[in-house]
Design a protein around this ligand. Structure first.
Ligand code: SAM
Ligand code: SF4
Length: 416
């Protein structure tokens, strides 16, 4: 016993598999004793490598920053009233090139980050985006690439995105009424976006619909949006209106909290927290959904079961009295911070690393890249940004104050 004739090593997505030929195989149910120390040595060295990588992306508050959000461009084919001032364009030379982005992502993944979201601006307007995504899929250790899009150009690209391996799409849609869509976005593209959503569903993407909730603008459609989640295989996510982006259109009176939204949606049926995934520490949203509107108690008000925190969203299963079900999420950056769970780092379209969407501190990575910075210097800059990630933001919907402080920077540059 114990003679090994040959072995074969294969690495799949960063995990090394060994198959030994001769007297035994590692696939065998009962490897001889002599094989055991060898197998254990292999896995413990992998564990320590993983631990080292995890250390590199752990911040001062023990959060593991594994998720990079990349703003591909600050440009967009829409001008949503909450996001982009009509005249905002920066010179293309100031954007990071695809090569620069690939380099940064590669280094970040080497440090242990394993999820990437492509956002913007509108990622699909940048020329060469499909080749760029294809190149990203070649990066070993990058487990997931997600895309946030306004859907205008998605329909023609959806099949190719699916083929490349993208599975998760967030599509923004603030109104299902053609004229209101035009009013909110400045573009007469409702039909295109609607078609994109249909196509994405047909192609089997996990589709999330992002709805920015604005009092007096689209509040008459919140119930219709929740019904959309009952009728189609999409998760509808209501996002609190944030004082970031287009300053001129921020108006505190338009703000509606996730708690209020949840109460409204619970008039349709029971909201059951989806308890898998990372638990939400705080559980439910403030004052929300204590009683469903049809007289039955809604579990949404319960504190015993925390809703699933899927990214920043608290996710619920909505079940109507006649048995229809769907998933709805509530994103509450203002009323109910999720900072203690935050695992994100952002790279702006101009190459600045930003540790918090609602915190203005940024590190100029583009300068380092263009002054010949080495990989280890770039890694060090990423590490420092992670270490300096603030514990949380202080932005609140303080009804007694004059309003929320406005963030510096455009949402489209930072990447929403
Ligand atoms: N263009 C793409 C889109 O619209 O989906 C991606 C970029 S956009 C900045 C990303 C997300 O940020 C969108 O869902 C958008 O609705 C959201 N967003 C932009 N400005 C916002 C604001 N002031 N408050 C809340 N959400 C905002
Ligand atoms: Fe463009 Fe998206 Fe901003 Fe709307 S939210 S203006 S689609 S970047």
């Amino acid at each position: 016993m114990g003679t090994i004739f040959s072995w074969q090593k294969k690495t799949i997505q960063g995990i090394t598999f060994l198959r030994l030929y001769g007297l035994f195989s590692l696939k065998s149910q009962h490897p001889p004793l002599s094989a055991i120390p060898f197998i254990m040595a292999l896995s413990s060295s992998q564990d320590s490598q993983q631990q080292e990588r995890n250390e590199l992306i752990r911040d001062r508050f023990s959060r593991t920053i594994s998720y990079l959000r990349l703003s591909i461009t600050d440009r967009c084919n829409l001008r949503c009233l909450y996001c982009m001032p009509p005249s905002s364009i920066i010179q293309h030379a100031e954007l990071l090139s695809y090569e620069e982005m690939l380099r940064v992502v590669g280094i970040a993944v080497g440090m242990g980050m394993n999820k990437l979201r492509l956002t913007g601006g509108e990622p699909l307007v940048r020329r060469g985006i499909m080749d760029f995504i294809r190149n990203l899929t070649e990066i070993k250790g990058l487990d997931e690439i997600r895309l946030t899009t306004n859907g205008v150009l998605l329909n023609d690209k959806a099949a190719e995105l699916r083929r490349i391996g993208i599975r998760n799409l967030n599509i923004s849609l603030d109104s299902m009424q053609r004229d209101k869509f035009l009013k909110i976005t400045g573009g007469d593209f409702f039909d295109q976006v609607w078609q994109s959503i249909q196509t994405a569903c047909d192609l089997g993407f996990n589709v999330k619909i992002n709805v920015v909730a604005m009092k007096g603008i689209n509040d008459d459609e919140f119930i219709d949006f929740a019904k959309l989640a009952l009728q189609r295989p999409v998760q509808v996510r209501f996002i609190e209106f944030m004082p970031i982006g287009n300053k001129e259109n921020w108006d505190k009176s338009r703000f509606i909290s996730a708690g209020e939204l949840q109460t409204l949606i619970s008039t349709l049926g029971t909201l059951e927290p989806l308890g898998q995934g990372r638990p939400s520490v705080a559980g439910t949203l403030d004052g929300a959904g204590a009683t469903a509107g049809h007289g039955r108690p809604s579990v949404a008000g319960s504190t015993s079961s925390a809703p699933r925190l899927e990214g920043p969203a608290r996710v619920y299963r909505l079940t109507t009295p006649d048995g229809q079900t769907g998933k709805v999420g509530f994103i509450s950056p203002i009323s109910h911070h999720f900072c203690d769970q935050c695992n994100r780092l952002r790279l702006t379209s101009e190459g600045r690393l930003r540790a918090c969407l609602l915190h203005n501190h940024e590190t100029d990575l583009k300068a380092l890249l263009r002054q010949g910075g080495t990989d280890s210097e770039i890694q060090e800059a990423i590490r420092e940004t992670i270490l300096n990630k603030p514990k949380g933001h202080t932005m609140q919907n303080d009804q007694t104050a004059s309003g929320l402080t406005h963030c510096v920077g455009q949402m489209s540059q930072i990447g929403g």
